[in-house]
Write a protein that binds this ligand. Structure first.
Ligand code: NDP
Ligand code: 2IT
Length: 452
């Protein structure tokens, strides 16, 4: 069987043309589709029915897209209007599953890129969850608790028609954490008059949430990185790491890195980059970020020996390993060159599609290990599925039980990526490995379900 060749399979070029024509105003969606499709050539050659059944085009078209008005009143009594979204991309492996993002940059293209990625990520977990994503162009920054609650209620007034524990199960993403999930759940319960625990995940642990869900994405990223490094006979102990972001994924990536003996030298957010001698004071950072909802400029003032670089990206700080955990396309070709120059050996993606295509090309050429997002950050949604499992069985597992399963799932994902990289691309091409591994399970299920 032929491995990846420079000329793309005709089914791929044809599908890319169609997707480009249909979605020309959605660059990040196109970027995500291109990255996946370009790695599928050898699989399509091996399974001609994929082309005969036009699976690629079917896969790139969401099963359903919902867009709605969200009108709500701020504390000054003014009426605000935002746009809400849910893309129910693919339900072949289970109920639609994926987070909600509240951020001013949200639009249909962003939600579609995230929903598309989610199909393959969810497939890689080996669990029965389909792919979806949603959110709104609402900016939670600077909003009062009451404003966030009123927005969540108004958002759910429309979304509730389309979700359900066996239909579509949203969770958090940027700007949506346990507080927002609580308000969303309260309104869903009010509207449906049912305590349908499994309709949302990422709930607080007191009323149906899973222990270790909060930690899961970041911990999973580090478990995946450990697997990558072990395969090269390397490890995390004593290594200098940099992490972008200071939100949920970044925080728990840093936590696990420190627990495993790595030194986290810097992190960042929209205000800039903070470095701290002897490593980032994690407890203090967690308090600033989670409890006080403050930025890293504030943390830098409180942290001993911290240096703050306003507006600077974190990638200029020399490190052994880098963990982009903030947002899409946050690491470009110049940043990648900087990392290479400074001797960085691995980039493991916590955020969804944090590296531009050009950055990936630079990193690959320099031989860095790359942990692709749809594999490396799948721990969050995997533990969401474990939360659904606990809810369905009216069970409550210990932190250790969940964490042990998370570790095993991340190892399984790594093995799938390794196997598929070796078989369909080249050794250590975990990007192709993740795409193919995620795709194969979805494709087989789509074929089984017939033309629907
Ligand atoms: P949070 O909202 O908790 O945190 C996001 C962090 O990224 C904040 O520190 C934010 O800074 C920073 N950030 C956002 N945009 C930029 C930017 N343009 N430049 C610099 N910093 C920026 O979100 P999460 O941690 O949940 O999500 C982070 C990433 O991980 C996203 O890509 C998300 O899709 C992905 N992800 C999340 C999962 C989850 O379970 N939550 C699971 C898998 C992936 P500021 O506060 O200053 O805006
Ligand atoms: O990008 C992601 O995987 C998430 N935001 C988590 C989704 C989920 O359903 O837990």
């Amino acid at each position: 069987m032929a491995k990846s060749s420079s000329a793309l399979h005709p089914a791929i070029t044809r599908t890319l043309d169609i997707v480009q024509r249909r979605n020309h105003s959605e660059p990040v969606f196109l970027q995500a589709v291109k990255e996946v499709l370009e790695t599928l050539g050898p699989v399509i050659e091996e399974h001609p029915d994929i082309d005969e059944l036009n699976l690629l085009e079917r896969l790139c078209e969401p099963e359903r897209q919902i867009m709605f008005r969200v009108a709500w009143k701020d504390d000054a009594g003014r009426v605000n209007v935002n746009r809400g979204f849910r893309t129910q991309f693919n339900s072949v492996l289970g109920p639609y599953k994926g987070g909600l993002r509240f951020h001013p940059t949200v639009n249909m293209g962003v939600i579609k890129f995230l929903g598309f990625e989610q199909i393959f990520k969810n497939s890689l977990t080996g669990l029965n969850i389909g792919g979806a994503k949603g959110g709104a162009d609402f900016d939670p920054a600077g909003k009062s608790d009451d404003e966030v609650m009123r927005f969540c209620q108004a958002f759910m007034n429309e979304l509730f028609r389309y979700i359900g524990s066996r239909r579509d199960v949203p969770a958090g993403d940027m700007g949506v954490g346990p507080r927002e999930i609580g308000y969303l759940f309260g309104q869903y319960k009010k509207l449906t008059n049912q305590f349908e625990m499994g309709v949302l995940t990422g709930k607080q642990v007191g009323w149906g949430g899973s222990l270790a869900r909060k930690e899961a994405t970041g911990f999973g990223v580090v478990y995946f990185a450990e697997n990558l490094l072990q395969a090269r006979g390397e490890g995390l102990k004593g290594k200098r790491c940099i992490v972008s972001g200071a939100g949920n994924v970044a925080l728990y990536t840093m936590r696990k890195l420190q627990q495993l003996g790595a030194e986290v030298v810097a992190c960042s957010d929209i205000t800039g980059t903070v470095l701290q001698q002897g490593g980032i004071n994690w407890e203090l950072l967690r308090m600033c970020s989670e409890d006080e909802r403050r930025n890293v400029d504030y943390f830098a003032q409180a942290a001993k020996g911290a240096e703050f670089r306003p507006g600077a990206k974190v990638w200029e700080v020399p490190c052994d390993y880098a963990f982009p955990c903030a947002t899409q396309n946050e690491l470009d070709a110049d940043d990648a060159r900087k990392l290479v120059e400074n001797g960085c050996k691995m980039v493991c993606e916590g955020a969804n599609m944090p590296c531009t295509a050009e950055a990936i090309a630079v990193l690959k050429k320099a031989g860095l290990l790359i942990g692709p997002a749809k594999a490396a950050n799948a721990g969050g949604v995997a533990v969401s599925a474990l939360e659904m499992q606990q809810n369905a069985g009216l069970e409550r597992w210990t932190f250790e039980q969940v964490d042990t399963q998370l570790k095993q799932i991340m190892q399984n994902i790594f093995q799938t990526c390794t196997h598929c990289a070796n078989k369909y691309s080249t050794k250590e091409d975990y990007i192709a490995g993740a795409n193919v591994g995620g795709f194969l399970r979805v494709a087989q299920a789509m074929i089984s379900h017939g033309l629907i």
